[in-house]
Every structure is written in structure tokens, then in C-alpha cells.
Design a protein around this ligand. Structure first.
Ligand code: ARE
Ligand code: CA
Length: 574
């Protein structure tokens, strides 16, 4: 056996409670190396008791690893070790103290321990997140519902955007389109920042307590949230707490009073008087973005200020959660406090971080509920839009992503295929709607929250920021109606099937460009087959037997368990 690949630790994501009685256990081995895995376990305080034995189930296989899982139930306290048998009959015991050929004595000191299921440590995202389909809105570009609040020099709707063009979109515009959003079927919206700021994107906050007048005011925000709630739509705001805007009162006080300012320690100023050019003399977001001075969240006064902001908008306007900008550059310490404040203000509010890479340090239950899942997006873009990776590689990417987190986290990950910071998916797919549809089938049947960037459903295109932020297309004749209907159908299918929201995920087939998997929940299963190639493919898949296609994207010809997949076609079999 390849011992070097065998891995477990008594911590997330290899050991964690799924509820107050059950402990989930995961073990990794090298791919195709091990034939059977058992776990031997007992209560830590049952000194003289015998170990119980349970076989573990192989749940994922990818290019490198096999993953085995099981769930244990005992009196909350666990002592355990593993017993592995290879294809060739080799036997091995695996403990916290390493590997043994002979079974360790019961008095051995090196077993794995899960000391106690501590209820407070169990991760529990808001229930509604599991049912969520989220729609991201960039307010200046979604819909102009009130011309009286338009900024000066507003550009004609639909003109090509530059980094600082304004188009007049606003909160009234969103209110006016609630029916549209309902028809689509989404049940949550996430708005990029709407607080007072000089820019069009509003990531450089001047005042955290004022809605930008070009968007509306606090009353308008209340009306938006109320009307969304009346229509079953949750509302998430953007918390830009890593940095403020240059015009923020505290920074302006520092600009004026220097080291004498009460707010001096809110920032990291290298040199005073402050200069913005050629390089800012203070720490900023990104590389010398002078409009965005970095806030020192290690400072208790800064913490207090920002935590009050977080609480204020929940209480005042009744929002349902926060998306956290540049979340990975703010201390964990702050986010733990933030979670306490937010959850106290509203028990089922959601906290979604912006982290573009492995976000596991923030997803242990003490900080975020979810993140914008960019690793998901990257895999989907490479497989479906660009077709530059094989199904095998794609399977490796997504199974490794799944194994990074607790199941309960995976189910609420915000699975996007594009955002205001990326090229649009359709552009990356070279305008080929067929490829996008396959990606959407995957997005809506995979584990996690499907996330729509405004306008994708209308067939909008666009390159990097600012081009990905074009004005929403409202003229019906310019919208891609077929794509819109396809979204509607996928949303309906997802809503109607618990398997797709709560089911576990098993890859069934990953060869060439064909990918198939099963979602299973409470004895019901759905099999999804995607032919991500431009030619007919024939596959053998027993699991498809006795199931009917509910997507009806194209005809599925079968002869026994042989399936004839049409080019660029997906099937959702129930
Ligand atoms: C503007 C221009 C850009 C220009 C930039 C630099 O539009 O063309 O390159 O200025 O001067 C906001 C605005 C942007 C604006 C930016 C700076 O929306 O339009 O850019 O402010 O003024 C990293 C961070 C991630 C961050 C992205 C942008 O990790 O947190 O960069 N995303 C958030 C928001 C943005 C927002 C800000 C932060 C600032 O979502 O919209 O920008 O508040 C890799 C890395 C990522 C990296 C990503 C993108 O994959 O892994 O870490 O994200 O690329 O660069
Ligand atoms: Ca307006």
C-alpha cells in the first residue's frame, strides 16, 4: 500500500459532527490502491469495551486519490483507528501514531480521538441557503427606475462602459424588475455596494450609513427589501470592510490632522502629509489603489465601527446577509466577532466571503457560511467554456474541491460561473450558447447554490472589468429568449428535486469529454449525463436504467445500458 498517500486527521474536513450525535469520518488513500477500509471505534471512556467495526464507503476516485467515508454514532466521544486491506491482500492498521502491521493492543495510546461533539462547534448555515438560487446585481447597470436621481453625465443605456461611466441604474429599477426575477425563479439577490461613494462600483465607501443618492435612500432600501421579502426573495448587501474610500470621514481626518488625528491608528500611514501620487503614502487595497485606504481591523475602534455598520443594516433595513469584500485580507479574529454580531442581529442571516482560492480556513463554522466559489467557476470555465481539460481532470478538480469542506458547507457554496470581476461565461465560450447550456446543467445539478450574474440569462457577453458590467439588455428582441427559458427550466427542476439540493454526489463516468454523475437523497436518485463534445458519444451506464429524461434537451437513444448521446447535449434522468 502507498502509505505516503494515506491520510486522516481528527479535524475538518476529515472528522466533523453532522449533528449532535453523529460524526462523519473521511479517509484518503492513493487511487486504486486499497480494496477495503474499515473503521474500528468505541467510546473514549469505555476503557474495557470492545471496538466496534464498520466498513467505509468509497465515495470519490480521482487521478490521485480515493476517498472513503462513514458516519459514526456513539455517546459523542470517539476513539478510533483504521484497518485497510489492499487488492493483493496486504493488511495495515492506521492510527494517529502511524501504521502497524499488527492490530494495536487495546491499551495502545496512539488511537485517533474525537474528544466530544461540542454542539456549539457544529456548522449550521441558515436553512434557506440550501434552497437558494442567487442573482447578482450591479446596481448602476441593472435598471434605471428613477431618472430624477441620475448622476450628471449619465451615459445612454447600452453604451460601452468605461471604468467610470454612470448609467443611472438604481434601487427603484430593481423594485420594478421583481416580477422579472420572480418569473426567472431566483429567490435571493446580492447587490454589489450601494453606500455613498464617488465611483460607479462604490467599492470606495464615503459613508457606510448612507445609501448613495444615485441609487436611492434608506427608505427606498427598506421598500426594496420589503417587496423582495413579499415575493420570497432574500437580499444580501456587500460589506466592504477591508478598506474605505478616500473621502471617508476618518481618513479625511487623518489627511487633515496627521498623527494628531483620533483616527490615525485606523490606517497604516507611512508618511505624512499624505500623498496619493506617484504612490500613496499609506497602505491601500490592491497595488497602490489610492482611492481605497486599508482599514486596520486589528484596531478595536475600527472593529467596533464596522460591526455596528453590519448590525445597523440588518436591523434597520432587514437584509438577510452580507457578502464580504476581500474577505481573505481581514483577520480571522474580526470575522469571528462579525459572525456573533450578525447572527445575534438575525439568526438566519447569511455570511458569504469573497475568497478566490481554497477558503477552508474561513469555512469551519466560526466565520463564514459560504464563499463565492471561484474554484468551481475556474473548473467549469476550463471544462465547458474552453474545453481545455478532460472529464478526468474536471472530475479531479471538483472532487478535490468537495473534499476540502464539510458537506453542509458544500451544499451552500455560491457556485458562480462569472461575476463583475471576471469575463462573462458566454464570452469565454466564444459566444457558443450550446457550451454555456451544458455548464448550466452542471451548475444547477451540482452540490451548492446556483449563482447567476445579471444578464447571463439574457445571453449577455463582455470581457474583463469594465466590459463585463454592461447595461442589462431589456429590449426583448435583443435578449436570448431560448437561454432565458433554459434557465427557467433548470431552476424549476432544481426547486422540485431534493436530490439536487441535499443529495450526495457520486461520479459515474468521466471519459474524454463525457461526464456523468448521480445525486442521491433518501433513496431517490437523479443521474446527470453531459456530452461536452461536438460529436455523438456512446457510453455504457447501468445507473441510467429505468430512468426518464426530465430535461429534454435532446433525444436519448438507448439499447439496454448503451446510451447514444447527442453532440453538445445533457440529460437529467429521474
Ligand atoms: C479598477 C479598474 C481595473 C483596474 C483596477 C486597478 O476597473 O480595471 O485594474 O482599478 O486600479 C473595485 C472595482 C474595480 C476596481 C477596483 C480598484 O469593482 O473595478 O478596479 O475596485 O479600484 C483580487 C481580490 C478580490 C478583488 C479582486 C478585484 O482578491 O478581493 O482582486 N475583488 C473585490 C471586488 C471588486 C472590487 C474590490 C475587491 C475592491 O469584487 O469588484 O474592485 O473593493 C486572481 C486572484 C484574486 C484576484 C483576482 C482578480 O484570480 O486569485 O485574488 O482578486 O484574480 O484580480
Ligand atoms: Ca436613476
Amino acid at each position: 500500500m502507498i502509505k505516503e498517500a494515506i491520510f486522516h486527521k481528527s479535524d475538518i474536513p476529515y472528522a466533523y459532527p453532522v449533528n449532535k450525535d453523529q460524526l462523519k469520518i473521511v479517509l484518503r488513500t492513493a487511487v486504486f490502491d486499497v480494496d477495503r477500509v474499515y473503521i474500528l471505534f468505541k467510546d473514549r471512556y469505555d476503557w474495557l469495551g470492545k471496538f466496534k467495526i464498520k466498513p467505509m464507503t468509497l465515495v470519490h476516485t480521482n487521478e490521485l486519490f480515493d476517498y472513503y467515508e462513514t458516519t459514526l454514532e456513539l455517546n459523542k466521544r470517539f476513539l478510533y483507528f483504521f484497518y485497510l486491506v489492499s487488492e493483493t491482500g496486504e493488511k495495515l492498521y492506521y492510527t494517529e501514531a502511524g501504521f502497524f502491521k499488527k492490530r494495536p493492543e487495546d491499551s495502545f495510546w496512539g488511537f485517533f480521538h474525537y474528544p466530544y461533539i461540542r454542539e456549539k462547534d457544529i456548522f449550521s448555515p441558515p436553512d434557506w441557503a440550501n434552497e437558494c438560487i442567487v442573482y447578482q446585481i450591479f446596481p448602476d447597470r441593472f435598471n434605471n427606475g428613477d431618472r430624477t436621481n441620475d448622476p450628471e453625465n449619465v451615459k445612454p443605456w447600452g453604451e460601452k462602459p468605461t471604468a467610470d461611466s454612470f448609467f443611472g441604474g438604481d434601487l427603484q429599477g430593481i423594485i420594478d424588475k421583481i416580477d422579472y426575477l420572480k418569473e426567472l425563479g431566483i429567490n435571493a439577490i446580492y447587490l454589489t455596494p450601494i453606500f455613498l461613494s464617488p465611483s460607479t462600483h462604490k467599492y470606495d465607501t464615503t459613508d457606510y450609513y448612507t445609501i448613495d443618492p444615485h441609487f436611492g435612500d434608506t427608505e427606498k432600501a427598506k421598500e426594496l427589501v420589503r417587496k423582495c421579502h413579499d415575493n420570497g426573495i432574500k437580499v444580501i448587501f456587500d460589506a466592504v470592510f477591508n478598506h474605505c474610500g478616500y473621502d471617508f470621514f476618518a481618513f479625511q481626518d487623518v489627511v487633515k490632522n496627521g498623527p494628531k488625528s483620533k483616527y490615525w491608528d485606523w490606517f497604516n500611514v507611512y508618511e505624512w502629509p499624505i500623498k496619493t501620487h506617484p504612490k500613496p503614502t499609506y497602505e491601500t487595497f490592491g497595488e497602490n489603489v489610492w482611492r481605497m485606504p486599508k482599514l486596520m481591523t486589528k484596531n478595536p475602534e475600527v472593529q467596533k465601527y464596522l460591526l455596528e455598520v453590519a448590525e445597523y443594516w440588518i436591523k434597520e433595513v432587514d437584509i438577510d446577509g452580507w457578502r464580504l469584500d476581500v474577505a481573505n485580507e481581514i483577520d480571522h479574529h474580526f470575522w469571528r466577532k462579525f459572525r456573533e454580531v450578525v447572527k445575534n442581529a438575525k439568526k438566519d442571516a447569511i455570511i458569504v466571503g469573497e475568497v478566490w482560492h481554497d477558503a477552508s480556513p474561513w469555512l469551519r463554522g466560526d466565520q463564514f457560511d459560504s464563499v463565492m466559489n471561484y474554484p468551481f467557476r475556474n473548473a467549469v470555465v476550463d471544462f465547458f467554456a474552453k474545453r481545455k481539460i478532460s472529464a478526468v481532470k474536471f472530475n479531479t478538480l471538483i472532487t478535490e474541491q468537495l473534499m476540502r469542506h464539510m458537506d453542509s458547507v458544500n451544499r451552500v457554496m455560491f457556485n458562480l460561473i462569472g461575476s463583475h470581476d471576471t469575463e462573462r461565461f458566454l464570452t469565454l465560450a466564444n459566444g457558443m450558447v450550446a457550451r454555456m447550456k451544458l455548464a448550466l446543467v452542471f451548475q444547477f445539478t451540482f452540490v451548492g447554490v446556483p449563482y447567476i450574474y445579471y444578464g447571463d440569462e439574457a445571453g449577455m457577453v463582455g470581457g474583463f472589468d469594465p466590459d463585463c458590467r454592461r447595461c442589462m439588455i431589456w429590449e426583448e428582441e435583443k435578449q436570448n429568449k431560448g437561454l432565458f427559458e433554459f434557465y427557467k427550466k433548470l431552476i424549476r427542476i432544481r426547486k422540485e428535486h431534493e436530490e439536487l439540493k441535499y443529495g450526495n454526489f457520486t461520479t459515474l463516468y468521466a471519459v474524454g469529454r463525457v461526464f456523468a454523475f448521480r445525486r442521491e437523497y433518501k433513496g431517490n436518485s437523479i443521474v446527470v449525463i453531459i456530452n461536452n463534445s461536438s460529436k455523438e458519444e456512446v457510453i455504457f451506464l447501468e445507473e441510467a436504467g429505468g430512468k426518464e429524461d426530465i430535461l429534454k434537451m435532446g433525444e436519448l437513444k438507448r439499447s439496454g445500458n448503451l446510451l447514444y448521446l447527442k453532440p453538445n447535449t445533457a440529460y437529467i434522468l429521474k
